[in-house]
Write a protein that binds this ligand. Structure first.
Ligand code: MTE
Length: 323
């Protein structure tokens, strides 16, 4: 969302001054003299990622749901080769090509903060907490592109129930893996690693919020956040933290990675809202990935079209201030 160097990035994505200065601070702090791109750190030329797409292991016993019935799905190739996952680099093709050494198994998630007692859970046991469902969701990125993805996952509420938060838990923080050995982008301080996202407790418990463990009926590919990532379809895509290793319940609103990088651009709520533009991207319309270069832009809907289900969460809140 920050660096525009490749032709697949719009001129409007050029880094803002505030974000640039923040990043320069990180780079200085880390002792780098130059702004290096994650791709140059990896030292590899970009692969033809689309051609290299590999299908994943099938997940058995997925329960079909009515969510998203009738929506035209974004091709598997686009869902898995046009990604944002800065731990693997900042260009859209980096996550598919640079994540091959990342190991999503074995994997445990630690549960911390305002809980009866801190504990850990293995990914296999998360799979067993509730029947895995297919949910077809529209996904809207703050960069004004969108996809329709058939996720496989379980309601986050089920994992939260297992975690046993205390009455003091008002927010949930999601912390992604940040392993410089297998995630080359982490060696570059484009963000203050690890990637952190958060939700208010009622947002986290909402039935639309899921922990995704798969897509297209198969295990999540590394580039989409294996083995487990957050999916909140009424919010901009950056809320969906990938490859989560830690879930922390807190009394205070968490500081997310993007809030730290550019507080005037990336708010905590990040609800899809066509009436509040991002400083660098219109939020009134979007480009559906896979529709071709000349396909007409689509009008963006309030809460990404999920207003009937989630609008009441924000009654009385000024959504211009709480962006
Ligand atoms: N999670 C981590 N850990 N690192 C990231 O860079 N990018 C976010 C989000 N989750 C990101 C992340 C952004 S900006 C978007 S739009 C979505 O992941 C993209 O998800 P997708 O690549 O599966 O479509």
């Amino acid at each position: 969302m920050l660096i525009g160097k490749k032709p697949d990035i719009f001129p409007s994505e050029i880094t803002s001054r505030e974000v640039f200065d923040n990043r320069r601070e990180f780079i200085k702090a880390a002792g780098f003299g130059l702004i290096a791109s994650a791709a140059s750190v990896a030292g590899l030329l970009p692969l033809d990622a689309r051609a290299a797409v590999q299908r994943q292991q099938k997940i058995n016993g997925i329960v079909k749901t009515p969510y998203g019935a009738g929506e035209k799905l974004t091709d598997y190739e686009d869902v898995t080769t046009y990604n944002n996952f800065y731990e693997f680099g900042t260009s859209k093709s980096d996550p598919a090509s640079e994540s091959r050494f990342f190991k999503p198994s074995p994997w445990t998630v630690s549960i911390e903060g305002e809980v009866k007692k801190p504990k850990r859970i293995a990914i296999e046991d998360i799979f067993k907490l509730a029947p895995l469902e297919e949910r077809i969701y529209r996904m809207r990125c703050v960069e004004a592109w969108s996809m329709v993805i058939p996720w496989v996952g379980l309601p986050l509420a089920q994992l939260i129930k297992w975690a046993e938060p205390t009455g003091n838990a008002k927010y949930v923080e999601f912390i992604s893996a940040a392993d410089p050995q297998t995630m080359p982008g982490v060696r570059v301080p484009v963000l203050d690693w690890p990637y952190v996202e958060g939700l208010r407790m009622d947002e986290a418990m909402h039935p639309l919020t899921i922990m995704a463990v798969g897509l297209y009926g198969e295990v999540l590919p590394n580039q989409n956040g294996a083995p487990m990532r957050l999916v909140v379809p009424w919010k901009y895509g950056f809320k969906g933290a990938k490859s989560i290793v830690k879930i922390r319940f807190t009394e205070k609103m968490p500081q997310t990675a993007w809030m730290k990088a550019g507080p005037s651009e990336y708010g905590f709520y990040a609800n899809v809202n066509p009436t509040v533009d991002h400083p660098r991207w219109t939020q009134a319309s979007e480009r559906r990935i896979g529709g071709g270069l000349f396909s007409p832009r689509i009008k963006t809907q309030m809460f990404n079209g999920y207003a009937d289900q989630v609008g009441q969460l924000y009654t009385g809140m000024d959504l211009r201030k709480n962006y």
